[in-house]
Design a protein around this ligand. Sequence first.
Ligand code: GRG
Length: 298
Amino acid sequence: MAEADFQVWVSAHQSHFEIQLRQLLPRSDTVPQRLHAAMRYSVLDGGKRVRPLLAFAAGELAQANEARLNIVAAAVELIHAYSLVHDDMPCMDDDVLRRGKPTCHVEYDEATALLVGDALQSLAFQLLAEHTLNDNPVQQLQMIRLLAVATGSRGMAGGQAIDLDSVGKNLSVPELELMHIHKTGALIRAAVMLGARCSSALTEESLKHLDHFGKCVGLAFQVVDDVLDNEADTATLGKTAGKDAQRDKPTYVTLLGVQAAKKMASELHAEALDTLANFGQPAHRLHQLADFILTRKF
Ligand code: GRG
């Protein structure tokens, strides 16, 4: 019953969010048409939308306004889509399949893929700057800063730099954790915090709990991703499976083995749920999303 209710909530938010994204992205019949078409190709009709769902769930906990949540969720998803487009390019992971379809540089070309990433990132910050996200403008500036830090060299881009540098190397578990907290974790953590900060209802202490929850599920997401890269097939994932081993990249699976990696994901999940206990029932969607992050098969 609870599972069915969660599926209804997920589907309703995913379809509603898809409509929002369609409206927020530039139309493909406006100049420059090819770039706009490639941006829409890279963002629409695909992906689990985990980060937007986390923003919506954290926002519901904070009783935030839905219109504001749509904007922060879109900004985070645009940053995520940009990172996937750039990550797939020949100068980085060099992949041909993403979300079950040809990657952006394959469908279009490399220069277009580069520009798609650039333009999606700019659009994310444009949205945060042109919509009201919090009654207090100082708080809103803090939110824009939060996403900027999570995206830049002290967040996702920095994690990607460490990742590219790690190919063929033996990292320690703490080094791997540092890389993934930045590369994957920072944006997931930002999604939770941006959703919560769309209202001023939560105390600083509650925000700290949520931030810790975001940190735990962000890292758990990556540990599970490493396990799936090792265990799942390309058709299920919608992206090339076994890529990490192929590129000789250190992962939780190569460092710890599959069983220990799964145990680590479970421990992070348990820590995330412990943190949510501070909120009780109003945090049930975040609880369900943490369960999904642990048990996902794609
Ligand atoms: C290029 C600056 C820059 C950063 C790229 C996030 C990232 C950094 C690269 C993506 C490579 C990758 C497979 C990372 C592992 C975790 C991850 C982010 C998986 C993809 O996210 P999902 O599973 O994808 O949420 P969907 O398609 O469902 O949105």
